[in-house]
Design a protein around this ligand. Structure first.
Ligand code: GLC
Length: 596
């Protein structure tokens, strides 16, 4: 990687009239989480150190150097707790332990210590809306009579209609089918119903009950005492339900045409939920080390979402409006502007994310034909297939543009390899409950959760290999890997300067060195077109071409580019379609690039 020496004097900038007034001002010295890069590890698919076909915590520890190379500030671990894994571990049977499939608490402690040595923080996933039906509290509730304290930890209710045969209301599960399941009394007679916004194996807690609040404060302290730097809070908008659990007239899953969820959805976004996070913020503030809460809250529009990150609540919230932007310059500009304006209004950082374990990876999403659905429901063998080359070019360009945005970045494991989804997974291999609960109508999210490729020429692409790279004997990954993934394997990309991995390493290092995360954003008047997004952060001018044709490249030294295509031919400099560059916006280049 060439060494880039920035000179941030600003003397060389072209006339300020070329840019709109800054939409967002630089922060200067601010808390780490305002400009962080956080890498999501989905432990089951990251790295299998013992050859059982499942990733594990020692596997994460063994590969931490690779994450340090990406200049990440923190790793967010998706759930690794004991779980029957009906919903990929988001069905937690014990909040204060490690599933033997992933290792032990001692492995967790070793991971925190190993990460700390590399300056990487560990953030864990907290799933407070629901637990697994195998959790001791739910088992106790099932065994206890109606109206008991055990039952009041969850949301039990009598059914409607003759004999209580109908669910208490019309709410639907996110994964399809009713959001209620009826229990059977010990004598075999049908009993009450319990609420589960997700799978029937994920009963919702009753957050109106102070005992539930106490239980989770205990869980928070358990992990804070073990040295975690914070929590990603699962479905953080759902904990409190409207009094009386009224029927819902909007879309069955809580959505409506005005956004997701509708402002009047009774299962989301209730005002009382904020008191819970204020209390949690107080608990985190008792600890040293600037620890954080990040809300996973699918709330539209953005100015409503920012209620979750007011000064005394959470620190960050996932920006799903940004994640869902289509490949279109106008939409992208709009969502960036709206995001920065909304989050600035509450003095919180905006976050940026393009992939996670719930959505089709952006290298596949951006390669889908015009008009194909782009939701989180996976791509199957009989669906329109993404154009892999276009998808990858656009994913690289979109990521590079994202890395120059001020605020916090979330990365999802494997995106640094340019991984696409598995779009031809056999149905009998699927594990996501969405598939079963909708009888295959919705495919679910397995395509983005496939075990990572590490070594091109090794069985399981090195996912299940011992630390020296030797394969275990008969490893069968828990989800099948697509054929032909060797080109994406990390070892193939490591030394290739044009690989996606090299692009991520270079750009994320520059983002850190140039302090772009704490920087500013001004839209360019001069270089913006119908198809091009152009903005300035410090002295870095970013141009992203989302159109079909090459566009003239502004003057200035190119410091990093998403495309291996040649852009300079004699006097003419052109930016190809589906590509992004960072330039030093200066007539008299103040940057000196020295090859290694
Ligand atoms: C969140 C998780 C998702 C899980 C759901 C229920 O949206 O990201 O994976 O299925 O919550 O816990």
């Amino acid at each position: 990687m060439p060494e880039i020496v920035p000179v941030l004097s600003g003397d060389h900038l072209s006339s300020p009239a070329s840019f709109h007034d800054p939409l967002h001002a630089a922060w200067g010295d601010a808390e780490w989480w305002r400009s962080s890069v956080i890498y999501q590890v989905y432990p089951r698919s990251f790295r299998d150190s013992n050859g059982d076909g499942t990733g594990d915590l020692p596997g994460v520890l063994a590969e931490l150097d690779h994450l340090a190379e990406l200049s990440v500030d923190a790793v967010w671990l998706s759930p690794f707790y004991p779980s029957p894994h009906r919903d990929g571990g988001y069905d937690v049977a014990d909040y204060c332990d490690v599933d033997p499939m992933f290792g032990t608490l001692a492995d967790f402690d070793a991971l925190v210590a190993g990460a700390d040595r590399l300056g990487i923080r560990i953030i864990v996933d907290l799933v407070p809306n629901h637990c697994s039906s195998e959790h001791a509290l739910f088992q106790a509730a099932l065994a206890a009579p109606e109206g008991s304290p055990e039952r009041s930890m969850f949301i039990f209710s009598d059914g409607r209609g003759a004999g209580g045969d109908e669910p208490p209301n019309n709410w639907q599960s996110h994964f399809g089918g009713p959001a209620w399941t009826r229990v059977t009394a010990p004598d075999g007679s049908p009993g009450q119903w319990y609420l589960h916004l997700f799978d029937s194996s994920q009963p919702d807690f009753n957050w109106d009950n102070p005992a539930v609040r106490e239980e989770f404060e205990r869980v928070l302290r358990f992990w804070l005492d073990r040295g975690v730097s914070g929590f990603r809070v699962d479905v953080a908008h759902a904990l409190i339900k409207a009094k009386g659990l009224p029927d819902w007239g909007g879309r069955a899953d809580g959505g409506s045409t005005e956004g997701f969820p509708g402002s009047d959805a009774p299962m989301f976004g209730q005002e009382e939920v904020h008191a819970i996070y204020r209390r949690w913020r107080g608990i985190l503030d008792e600890y040293d080390g600037d620890r954080i809460l990040c809300a996973e809250a699918s709330i539209d529009p953005l100015p409503r979402l920012t209620d979750w990150v007011r000064p005394d609540e959470m620190h960050q919230a996932f920006n799903f409006a940004y994640l869902h932007h289509p490949w279109d310059a106008h939409s992208l500009r709009h969502v960036i502007s709206t995001s920065l304006t909304a989050f600035d209004a509450v003095d919180a950082p905006t976050t940026w994310v393009l992939s996670n374990h719930d959505v089709v990876r952006h290298a596949s999403r951006f390669g889908l034909p015009e008009g194909a659905p782009r939701g989180g429901d996976g791509i199957g063998r009989f669906d329109a297939q993404p154009d892999t080359a276009i998808g990858l070019a656009r994913a690289r360009a979109a990521s590079l543009a994202m890395f120059a945005l001020p605020g916090g970045i979330y990365l999802y494991q494997g995106e640094e390899l340019g991984l696409p989804d598995h779009t031809a997974m056999p149905d009998d291999a699927r594990k996501d409950p969405t598939f079963g609960r909708t009888e295959g109508e919705r495919l679910g999210r397995d395509g983005c959760r496939v075990p990572l490729p590490w070594l091109a020429d090794t069985p399981t692409f090195g996912f299940a290999a011992n630390h020296s790279g030797a394969p275990h004997e008969t490893p069968t990954p828990w989800l099948p890997q697509p054929e032909g993934w060797s080109g994406y394997a990390r070892d193939r990309q490591t030394e290739d300067p044009s690989s996606t991995l090299s692009l991520y390493r270079t750009a994320l290092q520059l983002r850190r060195d140039l302090r772009l995360g704490a920087g500013s954003l001004s839209w360019s008047r001069e270089y913006e077109t119908t198809d091009a997004v152009a903005f300035l952060n410090g002295e870095v001018l970013v141009v992203l071409n989302m159109g079909e044709f090459a566009i003239p490249l502004p003057p200035g030294a190119i410091i990093v580019s998403s495309t291996p295509e040649e852009m300079e031919a004699g006097e003419t400099r052109m930016l190809p379609p589906n590509a992004c560059v960072w330039l030093i916006h200066s007539t008299d280049s103040a940057f000196v690039a020295t090859p290694e």
